[in-house]
Write a protein that binds this ligand. Structure first.
Ligand SMILES: NC(=O)c1ccc[n+]([C@@H]2O[C@H](COP(=O)([O-])OP(=O)(O)OC[C@H]3O[C@@H](n4cnc5c(N)ncnc54)[C@H](OP(=O)(O)O)[C@@H]3O)[C@@H](O)[C@H]2O)c1
Length: 226
C-alpha cells in the first residue's frame, strides 16, 4: 500500500475510522470523505474532506476534483458511507425506503462515477459495503436490504464494465459489526461472535491490494461467527 492514494468514504464512522488506521498503517495516503463536520483528531488522513454529502453530485464532484488536484491520481476507493434502519412496512413510511436508497445506493453510485476517471488512469480497485442480510430479508429489514442489494448489483455491473480497464470492483457483505451502537441495541448478544471493524478492515484492505488482483465482481460474506 506504500504511497497508494486511497479514498475512504464514511471515514469518520466506526468502520471507516478503523479502515483508515489500517490502510495508513500500511503506508497509504488516505483521503477521508464524510458528511460529518470533522474527523477524529488522531485520524491519519493525508487529505480530510469533511461535510461532503455523497448523495449530492456537485459536492462529490468537487471532492474528487480536490483529490485530482492534490495527488493527480487515485489508486483505490472504499465506499464505507451508509446506514441502517429497522422498520416494518406496516408501521413505517415510504420515506424510509427513499432515505436508505439515497444513503446506501446513491452515495456509492456517485462516488464510483466520480472516482472512475481517476482510477482508470493507472488502474485501481473499488470496495463497496453491502450486507449479508441481503441473502434473505427478515421482518423490518426490507428497505435496508433492498438498498444494500442495490449496492451488490452496482458492484457486479461496474466490475463487468471496468474489467478491461484495469479496475477491480468488489463488495464485502458483513453481518453484524461489533460497534458501540450495535452493543447498545442488542445488549444480550454475544459480542465476541460479531466481526470487529479491524477484522473487516483487513478484508477490505486485501481486496484493495494487489494480492486480490485476480478478484473482481465478488460479493464476499464477512460474518465472523454469526
Ligand atoms: N454496523 C453494522 O452492523 C453493519 C452491518 C452491515 C453493513 N454495514 C455497513 O457498513 C458501513 C459502515 O457502518 P458503520 O457501522 O461504521 O456506520 P457509521 O459509524 O454510522 O459510519 C457511517 C458514516 O457514513 C457517513 N455518511 C452517511 N451518509 C452519508 C452521506 N450521504 N455522505 C457522506 N457521508 C455519509 C456517516 O456520517 P454521519 O454520521 O454524519 O451521518 C458516518 O460517518 C455502512 O455502509 C453500513 O451500512 C454496517
Amino acid at each position: 500500500m506504500k504511497d497508494r492514494v486511497l479514498a475512504v468514504t464514511g471515514a469518520a464512522g466506526i468502520l471507516g475510522s478503523a479502515l483508515t488506521r489500517r490502510l495508513a498503517g500500511d503506508g497509504a495516503q488516505i483521503v477521508g470523505i464524510d458528511l460529518a463536520k470533522s474527523f477524529p483528531a488522531d485520524a491519519p488522513l493525508a487529505l480530510a474532506l469533511p461535510g461532503v454529502d455523497l448523495a449530492d453530485q456537485a459536492a462529490i464532484n468537487a471532492a474528487f476534483a480536490a483529490i485530482a488536484q492534490r495527488f493527480g491520481k487515485l489508486d483505490g476507493l472504499a465506499n464505507i458511507a451508509g446506514g441502517f434502519r429497522w422498520e416494518t412496512l406496516e408501521g413505517g413510511a415510504i420515506e424510509t425506503w427513499d432515505k436508505l436508497y439515497t444513503m446506501n445506493v446513491r452515495t456509492a453510485v456517485l462516488a464510483c462515477k466520480a472516482a472512475t476517471p481517476l482510477l482508470t488512469k493507472g488502474g485501481g480497485a473499488i470496495v463497496n459495503v453491502s450486507a449479508n442480510a441481503t441473502s434473505r430479508a427478515d421482518a423490518g429489514m426490507g428497505a435496508y436490504t433492498a438498498s444494500k442489494s442495490g449496492v451488490s448489483r452496482l458492484t457486479e455491473s461496474l466490475a463487468a464494465e471496468l474489467k478491461d480497464k484495469n479496475v477491480r470492483v468488489n463488495a464485502v457483505m458483513p453481518s453484524i459489526i461489533d460497534t458501540p451502537a450495535n452493543r447498545a441495541d442488542m445488549p444480550d448478544a454475544q459480542f465476541d461472535r460479531w466481526v470487529t471493524p479491524e477484522a473487516l478492515s483487513d478484508v477490505i484492505s486485501f481486496l484493495l491490494s494487489d494480492a486480490a488482483r485476480a478478484i473482481t465482481g465478488a460479493l464476499l460474506p464477512v460474518t465472523g461467527r454469526v
